[in-house]
Ligand binder design. Sequence first.
Ligand code: CA
Length: 223
Amino acid sequence: MRILVVEDEHQIANSIKKGLELEGFAADVAYDGIEGFDLASTEDYDAIVLDLMLPGMEGMEICRKLRQEKIHTPILILTAKGQLEDKVKGLNSGADDYLVKPFAFEELLARIRALIRRPKAANGTTLVVGDLSLNPLTFTLERSGKEIRLSNKEFGLLEFLMRHPGQIFTKDQIIGHVWNYDADILPNTVEVYVGYLRNKIDRPFPKKKALIHTVRGFGYKIG
Ligand code: CA
């Protein structure tokens, strides 16, 4: 899952990015509104954290323009205390949620997770594919009741696939959702990570059906 953080206060922006990466997300930061809008409109994000007061282009305008261009990435607005009117305007201009500064990182994280899973709210927090279950909140993975340990990136890749069971993704699409803009990842890297996942999820369970599938000429899917 890949998040864009648009925030001109470097310290806040960088600490959000760092926190998200520790939780297994990929995160990009834009320190001004123009770069933020550019990234939001050209890259694949699963959610956008958007400050309101920004140099170049204000948060509200970014929000409106993205929605005008039919980009429906969930947006969480960051607003300073006392800008209550702005909050209402933000939600009218197409944002999905807002958070008042200063906030606790845990709160931000909970809101982001809620936005990302919103389309599948009925599933609750645990993602299940066959006998594989992944809980993004506790960072745990089990197959047939047996716990499996993953690195941050493996977890990020598996979470992305498990949020879209049965759907085929190309390596480029996977890179777009799992790695950040600066990561400079080659398609081969995706192959390597899919291999790591197979070694942990499918190989140790030879009597079970393999869950990770290569669709020749297209990409990968889980199911
Ligand atoms: Ca600001």
